[in-house]
Design a protein around this ligand. Sequence first.
Ligand code: MEV
Length: 399
Amino acid sequence: MSTSSRIQGLYKLSVPERRRVVAAFAGIDADDPNLAALQDGVDPDLLDAFVENVVGAFPMPFGIAANFVVDGRDVLVPMVVEESSVVAAASNMARLARPTGGFVTELVGEEMIGQVQLRDVPDLAAAVAAIHSAREELIATARSFDSVLVTLGGGCQGLDVRTFTADQTGGDGDVIVVHFLVDCRDAMGANAVNSICERLAPRLAELTGATPGLRILSNLADRRRVRASCRVAAEALALDGHGGDEVAEAIVAAARFATYDPYRAATHNKGIMNGIDPVVIATGNDWRAVEAGAHAWAARDGSYRALSRWWRDEAGDLCGELELPMQVGTVGGVTRLHPLARLSLAILDVSTAAELGRVIAAVGLAQNLGALRALGTEGIQKGHMRLHQRNLELAADEG
Ligand code: MEV
């Protein structure tokens, strides 16, 4: 049995061979049932094409949140998540929002941002002017790289120029950052955006006399955002001896806490991401990108804040709104390659990235409502412990 993790050419082995090597390393019997679990589900050869050194799949619970109405449409939401109570809470809150119309969503912009960094700019003002004079040429060149995207109504829509002076950059001299604004239509768009950045960097260096630096999309996709809102009748919120009015007030107060304390805001937003990530994962999208965008957006004005807000309207109903960057796609990446991502998109019955992003925002808002309702009343431990107990019992049954 090898005890060294230095395994040359692991990537060259077949999936079953890799499993054997890993099992031998870890001292796991070839007939261990946990090892067998790696083989169930998706075709390993397909997974092998996604990443390196594949030994199998890591199955997570694939649950379905029920009861959602989003923009007047009934939606079942696939959620891939390991945390107890996430799917139940989303379904419950969607049920409470149903009688008042469910969730209303909108798209706020559709452009991804690609950054080209230009370091040691010799003359900042002249370089900025040169980029502005070449703006039309740069945009036309960026559009010429992806005629399919342009035919679909997307492609590079414009550019922004941002500057940093040498005293800000600490070693990079005067810096210009050019932002290419790219409508990626139904793709998340990393490939399209990164290609534009890489291919235009030499021309930008030529125009400015600067040294080209990084060329990559920004996950602070603040020009591609979604907004979801809902209204819930106060009486629908009543819980375990707490009247609806009291619960609505408690939710508003809990949300207020997250507006002034970043320590609370981080947890508040984690609760939102409890709803968002599982749908992003189920549809084969890049949840790290969505997470990065959400938290950077939450800190956009210099202090970290809640992504959502809750208040009561004149009738006393509870109203909530959530807005965040949403960089997801329904084409490209693994969204169309992974059978379960395809299945998720089919269950959701969405075909565009915009539709998907809007449903995801609705789920984030529902999840946030569930957390604040529990926290403002009985606390989360009661519900959590009930489910945790079930997990313990399951673990005990497994021996
Ligand atoms: C736990 O996964 C999520 C919560 O902590 C969210 C929140 O505090 O709002 C319950």
